[in-house]
Ligand binder design. Structure first.
Ligand code: 5GP
Length: 189
């Protein structure tokens, strides 16, 4: 695994596999930014990042857009087990911005069951934005429990737990420059 050279030493022994390396992440975000530039040409878009996982995607996407854009963030906690959500969501940090009449693009790290985003979509739609779309870097289609219109998808991943590029396991590994899986023993197995 040549790409392991990009992983900090302290994490290298924990990585089982690198699913998406930094170059692929970068080129996919360039493509998605290009599509957003075209789709929103002549308009401005409010990017709403869902914390914490979306901070890398948000930074890398926002700096590639050539249209006018602003950023805002939300943080939610989802009740459920460590690895699956229940769909009952609590908003820990709300937007600073009034989104009525705005073109809003939610920026997510990963959509799994889709329950968290389904709740967020309903919540944000009730604030009457002019448009409301979703970008998710990753999606696990086989896990989906609700039908979600994800307009921009970076990559489809299988039903495995992934870390890196903003995604954590127990708050670690968010800083990895790639999307990776962890060795089973890391989970205490
Ligand atoms: P959903 O409501 O779609 O089931 O859950 C979405 C949230 O679960 C994501 O925003 C993320 O926080 C977490 N999640 C789902 N799958 C993974 C994964 O493979 N790795 C990590 N680190 N988090 C995940």
């Amino acid at each position: 695994m040549a790409e392991l050279a990009s992983v900090p030493n302290v994490h290298r022994d924990d990585i089982e596999d690198i699913l998406i390396d930094a170059d692929r992440l970068e080129s996919r975000l360039v493509e998605l930014a290009g599509r957003i530039d075209e789709d929103y040409a002549g308009r401005e878009v409010l990017l709403v990042g869902v914390l914490k996982g979306a901070f890398f995607v948000m930074a890398d996407l926002a700096r590639r857009l050539t249209i006018r854009s602003q950023v805002d963030f939300m943080a939610c906690s989802s009740y459920g087990s460590a690895t699956s959500s229940s769909g009952v969501v609590r908003i820990l940090k709300d937007l600073d911005t009034d989104i009525e009449g705005r073109d809003v693009l939610i920026v997510e790290d990963i959509v799994d069951s889709g329950l968290t985003l389904d709740y967020l979509m309903k919540n944000l739609r009730s604030r009457r934005p002019a448009s409301l779309e979703i970008l998710s870097l990753l999606t696990k289609p086989t896990r989906r429990e609700v039908d979600l219109p994800i307009r921009y998808v970076g990559f489809e991943v299988p039903d495995v737990f992934v870390v890196g590029y903003g995604l954590d396991y127990a708050e670690n590994y968010r800083g990895l420059p790639c999307i990776a899986t962890l060795k089973p023993e890391v989970y205490g197995g």
